[in-house]
Design a protein around this ligand. Structure first.
Ligand SMILES: Cc1ncc(COP(=O)(O)O)c(C=O)c1O
Length: 391
C-alpha cells in the first residue's frame, strides 16, 4: 500500500464538516419524507425546474446529498447517487444503458446476485450477457463488438481475479461502449476506476463504505451527464432510494474509511501469507500475494479465499472458530468465514457458485479489525482441530 493520497482522503472527508448547524461536528439527520414550500411561487418555480430544492425525500434529501457529495469526491467523480442497496445501485445503473435485444459483456465471476440479475430479469427482457475472463484482453476485445455495455468487477468475487482496468476500459472506449465497475472490494481508498477511464463506479455501501455492518446501501458515481441519466429515470421510477438515517450512518463510516482500509490491508495480507505457508493449505486467492498489484490498485482489503488440501474437516474448522463468525457479507469490523461447500448447496437459481469456480474445499475469509495475532491464533486452533478430526 503506497498511495500518497491516503491521508489526503481523510482530510477531504473532514472538509465536509464546515457549515453544520450549531458548529456540530456531526451533521443532522434530515429525517423527513417531504419538504413544504413557503408560498405558491416557490412551488411553481421548483416544479418548472427553475429552482432546485428538496421537495420529497425520494428525489432529494440533504443528508443523502451530503453522503453523495462526499463519495463523489473520494471517487474523483462529478456526481454520485445513493441507493437503498448495492443491488439497487447495480440494477439501476445497468438498466439505464440497455434495452430489449441488447447484449452486455461482463467479466466472469462477478458478484452472484449481479449474475442472477443478468440471468433472470435481464434475460426476460431479451438482454443477453456474454461472460469473459477479464485477465484475457484478447477475449474481451473479441467479445466487445456490438455490445451496449461492459460490466466489470476487479478483483472478482470469491476467486479474486484481478484485471488491468485501464486497459479494459480503453478497449471498450475505443468502441464507444460505456463501462461500469463494481468497486466495493477495493473502495476508493485503494482503487479509483474513473481515473483509469471507467465511466461508472457502483458500490455495495453495505461493505467498507459503511464499515460497521449496520447499514444496507449502495451508490453510483460518475460524470454529471451519466449520473443525470440514471437520476432521471431508473432512480425515481425503480425507487431504490437511500434513507436519510442510512446516509447518516454512511457519512460516519466514511470518516474512518482510510484508516480502516489500512488495517484490513495489513491484517488481511499477513494472514493470507501465513495461510499460503501452511502445510494444510493448497492455494490462497489474494491479489496481494502476486509479485505486483495490477495497475491502479494501491492496496488490498480484508476479503479473500483459500483452498484447503484434502484432509481437513471443514465443518469442525468452522465450528471451532471463535473470533471468525460464520456469516455472509463483509466489509465491517468483524471477521467472517463462508465455506465453499455450503455455498455450492445454495438453493438460489441460477447457482453461480458452480459456474464461478467455487472449490468445495475453499473458504472465503473476511479479515476484520480484531487484530492479526488474535485472528491467526483462532485460525490455527481451528485448523489443528479440523485436521485431527479427519485423521
Ligand atoms: C461485490 C459485491 N457487489 C455488490 C453486492 C450487493 O450489495 P448489497 O448487498 O448492498 O445489495 C455485494 C453484496 O454482498 C457484493 O459482495
Amino acid at each position: 500500500m503506497n498511495d500518497p493520497d491516503f491521508f489526503d482522503q481523510a482530510s477531504l472527508i473532514a472538509a465536509h464538516d464546515e457549515g453544520n448547524a450549531f458548529d456540530a461536528v456531526v451533521p443532522p439527520i434530515v429525517q423527513t419524507s417531504l419538504f413544504t414550500f413557503p408560498n405558491y411561487d416557490e412551488m411553481l418555480e421548483t416544479y418548472r425546474g427553475e429552482k432546485v430544492r428538496p421537495t420529497y425525500t425520494r428525489g432529494l434529501n440533504p443528508t443523502v446529498r451530503m453522503f453523495e457529495e462526499m463519495l463523489a469526491k473520494l471517487e474523483g467523480a462529478e456526481d454520485a447517487i445513493g441507493f437503498a442497496s448495492g443491488m439497487s445501485a447495480i440494477s439501476s445503473a445497468v438498466l439505464s444503458f440497455v434495452e430489449p435485444g441488447d447484449r452486455i459483456v461482463a467479466v466472469r465471476h462477478i458478484y452472484p446476485d449481479a449474475f442472477r440479475l443478468f440471468e433472470t430479469l435481464l434475460a426476460r427482457m431479451r438482454i443477453e450477457v456474454t461472460y469473459v475472463d477479464g485477465r484475457d484482453e484478447d477475449a474481451v476485445a473479441s467479445a466487445l463488438p456490438g455490445a451496449k455495455l461492459f460490466y466489470m468487477e476487479s478483483p472478482t468475487s470469491w476467486v479474486m481475479e484481478t484485471h488491468d482496468i485501464g486497459a479494459l476500459a480503453a478497449l471498450a472506449k475505443s468502441r464507444g461502449i460505456p463501462t461500469i465497475i463494481d468497486n466495493s472490494w477495493a473502495s476508493p481508498v485503494f482503487q479509483r476506476p474513473l481515473s483509469l477511464g471507467v465511466d461508472i463506479v457502483v458500490h455495495s455501501a453495505s461493505k467498507y463504505l459503511g464499515g460497521h455492518s449496520d447499514v444496507v446501501a449502495g451508490v453510483v458515481a460518475g460524470s454529471k451527464d451519466l449520473i443525470g441519466r440514471i437520476r432521471a429515470e431508473a432512480y425515481p421510477y425503480l425507487g431504490g432510494k437511500l434513507s436519510p438515517f442510512d446516509a447518516w450512518l454512511l457519512i460516519r463510516g466514511l470518516r474512518t474509511l482510510p484508516i480502516r482500509m489500512r488495517a484490513h490491508h495489513a491484517s488481511g495480507l499477513e494472514i493470507a501469507r501465513r495461510l499460503q505457508d501452511h502445510r494444510i493449505v493448497e492455494k490462497v486467492c489474494h491479489p496481494g500475494l502476486a509479485n505486483l498489484l495490477p495497475a491502479g490498485l494501491t492496496g488490498t482489503s480484508g476479503l479473500f479465499s483459500f483452498v484447503f488440501r484434502d484432509g481437513i474437516d471443514i465443518r469442525t474448522f468452522a465450528d471451532r472458530l471463535k473470533l471468525f463468525k460464520l456469516g455472509v457479507s463483509w466489509g465491517g469490523h468483524e471477521s467472517l468465514i463462508v465455506p465453499g461447500e455450503v455455498v455450492l448447496q445454495q438453493k438460489a437459481q441460477p447457482n453461480s457458485a458452480m459456474a464461478f469456480g467455487v472449490h468445495p474445499r475453499s473458504v472465503r475469509l473476511h479479515v476484520g479489525l480484531e487484530g492479526t495475532e488474535a485472528l491467526w491464533s483462532d485460525l490455527e486452533t481451528a485448523i489443528t482441530a479440523a485436521s485431527e478430526e479427519k485423521t
